[in-house]
Structure formats: structure tokens, C-alpha cells
Ligand binder design. Structure first.
Ligand SMILES: C[S@@+](CC[C@H](N)C(=O)[O-])C[C@H]1O[C@@H](n2cnc3c(N)ncnc32)[C@H](O)[C@@H]1O
Length: 244
């Protein structure tokens, strides 16, 4: 991990004084840099699962609630996801277009927005992993929903329970709730329940911090990661990035 951005952001000394960035900085730029000094704790170390669950449990169990007051994003998001899967399937030997997938799982599913609006249309059965019960109570009536697991992904061990195999494991707007270590351990478990030729999809917002740091959000106790960080974590989990 010594080359990972996480280590770099955990370095309390910040960028080294002989870094090229420092050498070519003007006095004004140095002054501006002060509020953005390197965080003295890795952003993911600030994640508090209890606080996160308390936040989500007090959120209205609706699409508006899980999308933070931006329900209008949902339609275009679902369309984008559907296009993305279609692209994956176009080049797939195992799951070419034309037939429904056998089994998918919606991880961090919220109120089943993605399940109802997308996954149930492309898979015969969709299992649900979501820690907040008031959210999963909204999912029960949706057609094609299989088992519902009311746990966080860090506690979900599908390989031990002999679940799957899944053709599609969908993770959206929820893996920021996991620490880097939990996320890697979770990813490592997934190939054991993934069908040959199946996909693990991770659809998340990226941090665009100007110094390339992950960013902690205290509202829901989550982190937004950089693209580089995601690639490192996939690599650490032994996964190959297929399509971006
Ligand atoms: C922004 S919402 C997204 C919900 C859904 N994926 C969607 O796009 O509609 C984040 C979800 O992550 C869930 N969550 C919180 N902590 C989690 C954890 N440790 N593991 C899995 N999901 C978690 C929340 O309860 C919430 O449903």
C-alpha cells in the first residue's frame, strides 16, 4: 500500500518540501494552500457505521430520501445503467443480449430504486443487501425480488451462506460507506459467488479534490474516493477492471 493515495493522504507532513509543486509555487499560491493541508487522518478512518445507519434510518424511505433530495436524477441514472449493461452484454460470450440474466443482487439497495427500475427488468431474480429495515420494507412488493439481507456489505458473507451464483453484482452509491479495508475484503469475497462471465459493477461518485484526496462526508459518514484510489483497491482485491 505504500504507493496508494490513501497512504499519501494519511501523511501528516503533507507534500514534501522538495516536491515540484512546492518549488514552482508563488507566495499567493502558498497562502491559498493553507486551508487544504493534508488531512491528519485517512478520510476512511473517520467512517462511523453507527452514525451512517442512524443517518439513513432517519431518512424518509423514498427515492427522494435516498437520493438526497434529487429524485429527478433517477431516470437518467437508470437509463445510463441499462446502456452500460447492454454494452457489457454485447461483447459477452456467457451472457449475450436477448435473454434475462438468471440472478442479480442489488448491494446497498436503499428503497429498491435500482431493483425496481432496472435490475428486475434484466434479471429473473434480484436479491437485496441493505442494512436499513425501513428501506427494505419498501422493496417487498417488487416483482422478482428474492432474498433480502438486512446487513451492511462489510458483514455480508454470501460465500459462507452458499448464495448465488450471481450473474451481476450491482453496487451503487453505497461503497463509500465502507472503509478501504472493509471494501477490499468485501470485493475479495465476491468472485466466490459470481457466475463465470458475470460482472461486479461499482457505480460511484468520484472525488475531484484538487490535490487528489478522498473526501469524507460527515452527513452520512461516507467517503468519496478518487479514480486512482478505486483502481488501487480493485487491484488489492485481485480484481481486473473490465470496462469503465
Ligand atoms: C445514497 S443511498 C443509495 C441507495 C441505492 N443504491 C440507490 O442508488 O438508490 C446509500 C445507501 O447505502 C446504504 N448503506 C449505508 N451503510 C451501508 C453499508 N455499510 N453497507 C451497505 N449499504 C449501506 C444506505 O442505507 C442507503 O440505502
Amino acid at each position: 500500500m505504500s504507493t496508494s493515495p490513501k497512504r499519501r493522504i494519511a501523511d501528516p507532513t503533507g507534500p514534501t518540501s522538495n516536491s515540484p509543486k512546492r518549488q514552482c509555487m508563488s507566495e499567493d499560491e502558498k497562502a491559498e494552500e493553507i486551508p487544504f493541508t493534508t488531512p491528519n487522518a485517512a478520510p476512511d478512518s473517520q467512517i462511523d457505521h453507527k452514525a451512517a445507519i442512524a443517518y439513513w434510518s432517519s431518512t424518509e424511505p423514498t427515492v427522494n430520501g435516498v437520493l438526497g433530495g434529487y429524485p429527478q436524477v433517477s431516470r437518467i441514472d437508470l437509463q445510463g445503467s441499462s446502456n452500460f449493461l447492454a454494452k457489457l452484454r454485447r461483447y459477452s460470450k456467457h451472457f449475450p443480449p436477448g435473454k434475462k440474466l438468471h440472478r442479480a443482487v442489488d448491494c446497498g439497495a436503499g428503497v429498491g430504486r435500482i431493483t425496481a427500475g432496472f435490475l428486475c427488468k434484466v434479471a429473473e431474480r434480484v436479491d437485496i443487501v441493505e442494512p436499513v429495515k425501513s428501506f427494505t420494507d419498501q422493496i417487498k412488493g417488487i416483482d422478482n425480488v428474492g432474498d433480502i439481507y438486512n446487513v451492511g456489505l462489510e458483514e455480508w458473507h454470501p460465500e459462507k451462506e452458499g448464495l448465488g451464483p450471481y450473474d451481476l453484482i450491482w453496487n451503487q452509491w453505497c461503497v463509500g460507506q465502507l472503509t478501504d479495508a472493509h471494501f477490499v475484503e468485501y470485493l475479495k469475497r465476491l468472485p466466490k459467488v459470481l457466475n463465470t462471465g458475470g460482472w461486479i459493477v461499482v457505480k460511484e461518485n468520484l472525488s475531484n479534490h484538487h490535490l487528489g484526496y478522498d473526501v469524507f462526508d460527515e452527513t452520512d459518514s461516507s467517503v468519496a474516493r478518487t479514480d486512482v484510489k478505486f483502481r488501487n483497491l480493485f487491484d488489492n482485491a485481485g480484481l481486473k477492471l473490465d470496462k469503465r
